[in-house]
Write a protein that binds this ligand. Sequence first.
Ligand code: FAD
Length: 238
Amino acid sequence: MPTPAYTIVCTKKALVAPGVYELRFTRPEGMTFKAGQFVLFDVPLVEDRTNIQARAYSIASAPGETELLFGVKLKEGGRASMWIEQVIQEGTPVRIQGPFGLFLVKETDPACIFIATGAGVAPFRSQLIDLLEEKKDTRPMHVLFGVRHPQDFFWLQDFMSLARAYPNFVFHPVLSGDDESWTGLRGHVQQHLPSINAAHPDAGIYICGAPEMVKDVKETCLTDFGIPKIRLHAEGYI
Ligand SMILES: Cc1cc2nc3c(=O)[nH]c(=O)nc-3n(C[C@H](O)[C@H](O)[C@H](O)COP(=O)(O)OP(=O)(O)OC[C@H]3O[C@@H](n4cnc5c(N)ncnc54)[C@H](O)[C@@H]3O)c2cc1C
């Protein structure tokens, strides 16, 4: 079966943290996806719109939401990064293909621990809304969301209001920089895993972010914390 392709139209573009854009698009009629999946955008070169390559972006909106939401961390000189900064605006049509991917929460996990840095939080926003609001899932769930500076956080309101509404969900923002005003958790996201893991020793652990971060967290889980591979699921933003 050919991969579904759609044209979606940008309805909002906003800088939600330094170098991070939130992009909202119309959701085509009939487009279905599972929380945690991604789509491929057709990305033209800014200087030659006929030169097109695909770039993957996780869908941050939940399957039950009416729009498609994405969170994109810009890379200096990157093709999609320049296109998003310079070309995309409200009303811009974009061709996408998908959905793709198997980064899905397992129904058999007794609890779920989600670990992200930066834009890696995108699939977790979709999954948390889907599990908590749409499926009324009562399993224990924790999100560890790491950034360097307080201003790098985005979508905090979404996670905090879910945490207020659903007692089975705990949100842990973590700061790796040395901002003095920060009173919350500090260091690398994986440092805070042992205490959560001790309370949920069979939880599925979902890791998403830059490839180096995903590799580091996986290695720490396997070698330092003795967590079996079968519990680890990862999506690296290569
Ligand atoms: C499944 C999946 C889901 C993803 N979801 C997201 C998401 O939700 N949000 C998100 O922000 N990202 C996501 N990504 C990453 C995303 O697909 C892009 O890789 C990212 O946005 C960078 O794309 P770009 O076109 O801007 O940069 P690219 O053009 O791919 O370049 C990346 C970097 O390499 C440098 N570079 C490129 N070519 C060269 C060269 N020849 N020599 C030296 N340097 C070079 C660029 O300057 C840039 O800094 C995902 C990736 C995967 C695989």
